[in-house]
Ligand binder design. Structure first.
Ligand code: SF4
Ligand SMILES: [Zn+2]
Length: 128
């Protein structure tokens, strides 16, 4: 895969590069369906969410072998943006199965692992 610089992306950064490409795709999909924006554009709110998400990705401390933001242990988004991106992901994530099946499948796998680990951690806390 070629990265945004046009150079070959190292293996460890592929997930990060892919997410940078697909976040705008997902937000656009969501905007078209929910905000009825036609012609491949986005409403102002979705455009600024896209800009913010890409900015956060650039600053992300977990770029190498990156997991999806939804399953991040620190979640660096400010709270309103976090709520918005959650809505987008919840809606657009499953729909990516038709256009980007590997990406969607990876999301499901990470979600299962994340939920399992969260449950384990909660149980461990109860037993302290
Ligand atoms: S939420 Fe986590 S994974 Fe996503 S950009 Fe922020 S620090 Fe990185
Ligand atoms: Zn929109």
């Amino acid at each position: 895969m070629l990265g945004s610089t046009g150079r070959k992306t190292p293996e460890e950064l592929r997930a990060w590069e892919k997410e940078k490409k697909l976040i705008p795709v997902m937000i656009k999909k969501y905007c078209r369906a929910k905000h009825k924006v036609k012609g491949g554009g986005m409403c102002e709110e979705c455009a600024s969410l896209t800009e913010y998400a890409l900015f956060r990705l650039e600053k992300c401390p977990f770029k190498e072998n990156k997991r999806f933001c939804s399953f991040c242990r620190i979640h660096c988004y400010k709270s309103d943006a976090r709520e918005k991106i959650k809505q987008v992901m919840r809606w657009a994530g499953p729909r990516m199965i038709f256009t980007h099946p590997a990406f969607a499948l990876k999301h499901v796998i990470q979600m299962i692992i994340y939920r399992r680990n969260t449950k384990k951690a909660a149980k461990a806390k109860e037993n302290v």
